[in-house]
Design a protein around this ligand. Structure first.
Ligand code: SF4
Length: 408
């Protein structure tokens, strides 16, 4: 039940917030996110309920903590460091709609003076006026869903933009108040040769973004791509090419000063996405909106992904929670290892074993040694780190490295 608590005004219980905007002009055939086709009449209903969700969750958390000193002691957070507006396509929102959401977050969660506010945009929505207005309401980092600079590949991916829209969007961002921005590129697209991919990376570099994310195309069963035999066959037959693209890009981006700090993310030093760093280092965060996830007090929560049920739950003043689980020590150990292995810093294995009281047998020891021998891992500053080849199979390595007596 929704109760109001007027306590703890000075502290934010978490350092990071995620706001999910599910609307997309049309649904791309590979997409497995919580999305829906955009109808402008849905916007105001969705935003109204999302504002309610923010109030309900924050007040509930504040109600759990009796005193400000307790909140500070328990969580060690003082101010919000990052707001990430993702989707879906957040740039389907009007400036007043976005402004309402940001104001609500600021009202409930005190922000650090230099809070990073990232906003995801699709190229067809970029315009000088929209960019200037985003800057005026406090957005200070952009992430552009470019994917490719080649029309044939963009058509295959079912995107709404073409290469000239993407080039125009990049130019407009370069000439805007935004210094801090990312381009998403995709590789492993059916029909994409290595040389096509290299040209995409070069095109992205030419606009000098200080962050690039590279995503290998993933095929999910329930999507149109997952049901398309030809696409699945192409992906299965092109693993080597996929590997070649990825390893080439790591070296090429590094030469441009964009250093890999995670499996898919490359940035100038100091310009890593703050949201990424906070979430991947195991810090707590709150997610609002359909399908959004939160992690707070060792509990992982996920919202219902469909927009209409999300709205109707909140209309009745009930939280739209689809699942909620308290993470066991084994689950925390897996997460810690998974996040560590995906980062370029790697993991101090001895520290990890001791922290989670794991029983490490010769079987796991041998597996780690085989990773060194196969060139999938190396030792750096006493940390176990994956090489680019190992990063490609980071999730598989995580599962294999968990002690066999753990139930995971
Ligand atoms: S625009 Fe992005 S979020 Fe929307 S359907 Fe396409 S891939 Fe999914």
């Amino acid at each position: 039940m929704y109760k109001s608590h007027k306590k703890n005004k000075k502290y934010s219980p978490v350092p990071a917030v995620y706001l999910h905007i599910p609307f997309c002009r049309k649904i791309c055939p590979f997409c497995s996110f919580a999305v829906c086709k955009d109808h402008s009449d849905l916007h105001s209903k969705y935003i109204t309920e999302m504002l309610k969700e923010i109030s309900m969750i924050v007040e509930e958390i504040k109600g759990m903590n009796q005193k400000e000193s307790e909140l500070q002691k328990n969580n060690g957070h003082k101010l919000l460091e990052s707001i990430y507006v993702g989707g879906g396509t957040p740039s389907r929102l009007s400036i007043p709609e976005l402004s309402k959401l940001l104001s609500k977050v600021r009202e409930h969660l005190p922000c650090s003076k230099n809070v990073e506010i990232t906003f995801e945009m699709n190229p067809e929505d970029v315009s000088p006026e929209y960019l200037n207005n985003l800057a005026k309401i406090g957005v200070n980092r952009l992430s552009l869903g470019g994917q490719s600079f080649r029309d044939s590949l963009l058509r295959k991916l079912g995107r709404c933009h073409d290469a000239s829209d993407l080039r125009k969007a990049c130019e407009e961002i370069v000439n805007s108040p935004f210094q801090n921005w990312n381009i998403d590129l995709m590789f492993g697209i059916p029909g994409q040769s290595v040389s096509m991919f290299k040209k995409d990376v070069e095109a992205a570099i030419s606009y000098k973004p200080n962050h690039i994310s590279l995503y290998g195309l993933e095929i999910h069963d329930r999507t149109p791509f997952g049901k398309n035999m030809q696409i699945c066959k192409w992906v299965n037959e092109h693993h080597e090419q996929y590997e070649e693209m990825y390893i080439w890009a790591i070296n090429r981006l590094e030469a441009e000063g964009l250093i890999q700090y995670e499996v898919s993310n490359f940035s100038e030093k100091g310009n890593e996405s703050r949201n990424n760093l906070l979430v991947w280092s195991g810090k707590e965060y709150l997610g609002f909106g359909a399908g959004a996830h939160s992690y707070y007090e060792r509990t992982r929560k996920g919202n219902i992904g469909s927009v209409k049920p999300y709205i109707s739950h909140l209309k009745k003043n009930t939280l739209p929670v689809e699942f909620e689980e308290q993470l066991s020590s084994t689950q925390l150990a897996v997460e810690f290892l998974m996040l560590g292995l995906r980062s370029s810093e790697g993991v101090n294995l001895q520290g990890w074993i001791e922290r989670f009281e794991l029983e490490w047998s010769t079987q796991e020891e041998q597996y780690v040694n085989s990773l060194y021998e196969q060139g999938h891992a190396l030792k750096k500053d006493n940390h176990f780190c994956l090489t680019p080849k190992g990063m490609l199979i980071a999730d598989k390595i995580t599962v294999q490295m968990m002690p066999s007596n753990s139930s995971h």
